[in-house]
Design a protein around this ligand. Structure first.
Ligand code: MN
Length: 204
């Protein structure tokens, strides 16, 4: 029996105003994320992989029975991506990365501003729906990457450190077609302390 559940938001729905609006947060969490959870549970019902933890499913998609693999990829990926995303945001965001991650970003991209430019360019260049990511690759180097739909970097053996939801449902109510405005707003609410923790976990 599979019993994946919607995790509570770690802050109030209006906490990220004015950068991410209350109505978007409510619909995004209670409707979109809930639907990924419900559809994942439905797909896994009666399956031999029903008891697998979420990360194991996404990391080992090729071992998931083919009959439900696409549903697990889309809805399990959606559940994992959003669970990660909420914790990567905070109303009390520092302006720039902290600690070891700050040093690694400077070493990899030249400066934080240069990283921000490259991440923004990758986010703008993604066609259709998907995610932009800062990941750690198997050589333990930072990379910017994007995934289509609800694919997660773990499936490609990359560890996500920071992710940005680029589906229109994440920004259309406030920004309509102006994806660049949404990306700019996102940089005001990044939980760099948490992202630094994910970086250190991925390194160890
Ligand atoms: Mn979303």
């Amino acid at each position: 029996m599979s019993n994946h559940q919607l995790p509570p938001l770690p802050y109030a729905y209006d906490a990220l105003e004015p950068y991410i609006d209350t109505q978007t947060m409510q619909i995004h969490h209670t409707k979109h994320h809930q639907a990924y959870v419900d559809n994942l549970n439905k797909a896994l019902t009666g399956s031999e992989v029903a008891s697998w933890p979420l990360e194991q499913l996404i990391r080992n998609l090729h071992q998931v029975p083919e009959a439900i693999r696409t549903q697990v990829r889309n809805h399990g990926g959606g559940h994992l991506n959003h669970s990660l995303f909420w914790n990567m945001l905070t109303p009390n965001a520092p302006a720039t990365p902290e600690g070891d991650l700050a040093q690694a970003i400077n070493a990899t991209f030249g400066s934080f501003e240069s990283f921000k430019e490259k991440f923004t360019a990758a986010s703008l260049a993604l066609f259709g729906s998907g995610w932009a990511w800062l990941v750690l690759n198997p050589s333990k180097s930072l990379e910017i990457s994007t995934t289509p739909n609800q694919d997660n970097p773990l499936t490609n053996n990359l560890t996500p450190i920071l992710g940005l939801d680029l589906w229109e449902h994440a920004y259309y109510l406030k920004h309509q077609n102006r994806r660049a405005d949404y990306i700019g707003a996102f940089f005001h609410v990044i939980n760099w302390g948490h992202v630094n923790q994910l970086f250190k976990q991925a390194l160890s």
